[in-house]
Design a protein around this ligand. Structure first.
Ligand code: SF4
Length: 93
């Protein structure tokens, strides 16, 4: 993933859609233990938005990620952690 702030909103939306598609289809899959560690890190992150059912759901607000005026990406954490080549926008994993 390149410089988030250098890319356009369209590029960021497309990146998110490709990542979500990979996660759903099981492409570029991270090892289960890697996804588990990533999710645990997100669970402790102050930027994560948690689901009502518990656990981290979103890496900040989607709109913030599209506009890139905050460091978070707005991605779905359960999907993002499952894609091997995804990265935390804050470098936490
Ligand atoms: S991906 Fe990074 S910034 Fe986003 S919630 Fe997880 S640890 Fe926090």
């Amino acid at each position: 993933m390149g410089c988030r702030r250098c890319s356009s909103p369209v590029h960021r939306i497309l990146h998110g859609m490709v990542g979500a598609t990979k996660a759903v289809l099981g492409l570029d899959r991270a090892a289960p233990e890697v996804a588990q560690v990533r999710r645990a890190i997100c669970d402790e992150c102050p930027h994560a938005i948690h689901c009502r059912a518990g656990g981290p759901c979103w890496c900040g607000r989607l709109w913030d990620g599209i506009r890139a005026h905050r460091p978070t990406c707005g991605c779905s954490i359960p999907l993002k952690v499952r894609v091997r080549h995804e990265q935390c926008p804050l470098g936490q994993w």
